[in-house]
Design a protein around this ligand. Structure first.
Ligand SMILES: Cc1cc2nc3c(=O)[nH]c(=O)nc-3n(C[C@H](O)[C@H](O)[C@H](O)COP(=O)(O)O)c2cc1C
Length: 208
């Protein structure tokens, strides 16, 4: 089993990475592999609402960045963790641009697989940021994995994050809960329990 993580910080080895690494090391103890994808410091293209992904099977029309590669990678992943620093009480712009495109083009690849969001902040805006990230899961038939507190760490440097003992413990418990859920889903599959079929969507726009 494999968990795919996305670091929505431009700092490849910063605070968010530190939090994701704590989740990864605890997953490893549970026998679950993981991979951290870095969004980096370069420009990330936003969704331009061209709706071309509706004609391209699970692909974004822009093929020159990481979006389609992540969709491909996600096909064989069993669970997801999206991590972001807090910027003005919301997730980073880069992770939102990325997730908008990933989910608009590749929602089927993520559906029915567990997801968790993790945020890193100096002080405030953490729960508001988590709410935004969790909405990608809850609009897309994904079980949301929780810990014993909201999934956040505090700090301006990786060292400070490691001093946030409660935050680090929250990451470890999150990983163990993710492992438990993944193993339960696997056991369910072996027993013939599969996700419900996709039902046709009733999309209303409130104009009568
Ligand atoms: C533009 C900007 C805005 C920020 N806004 C907030 C904020 O609203 N709340 C907060 O707690 N930290 C805020 N921070 C601090 C970062 O979220 C925090 O240091 C985070 O742990 C950095 O993670 P990283 O090392 O993975 O990039 C902000 C940082 C930047 C650069």
């Amino acid at each position: 089993m494999r968990v795919l993580m996305i670091n929505g910080s431009p700092h490849t080895h910063g605070c968010t990475y530190t939090a994701l690494s704590e989740v990864a090391s605890e997953l490893k103890k549970e026998g679950i592999e993981s991979e951290i994808i870095q969004t980096g410091a370069g420009a990330v293209r936003d969704c331009v609402a061209c709706y071309k992904c509706r004609e391209l099977d699970n692909r974004c029309v822009f093929d020159d960045d990481m979006v389609n590669k992540i969709i491909e990678n996600a096909k064989t992943a069993d669970g997801f963790v999206f991590g972001s620093p807090v910027y003005y009480a919301h997730p980073s712009g880069r992770i939102l641009s990325l997730l908008d495109r990933l989910f608009f083009a590749g929602s089927k690849v993520f559906a029915y697989k567990p997801g968790a969001a993790v945020v890193s902040g100096r002080r405030a805006g953490t729960t508001a940021s988590l709410d935004v990230l969790n909405k990608y899961f809850t609009i897309n038939r994904m079980p949301v994995v929780s810990s014993r507190y909201w999934n956040m760490v505090h700090g301006m440097t990786p060292d400070e994050v490691m001093q946030d003992e409660e935050g680090v413990q929250v990451m470890h418990i999150l990983a163990r809960n993710m492992a438990w859920l993944l193993k339960s889903i696997e056991a369910g599959k072996k027993a013939g329990i599969v996700p419900p079929p996709f039902t046709p969507v009733k999309a209303t726009n409130f104009i009568r």
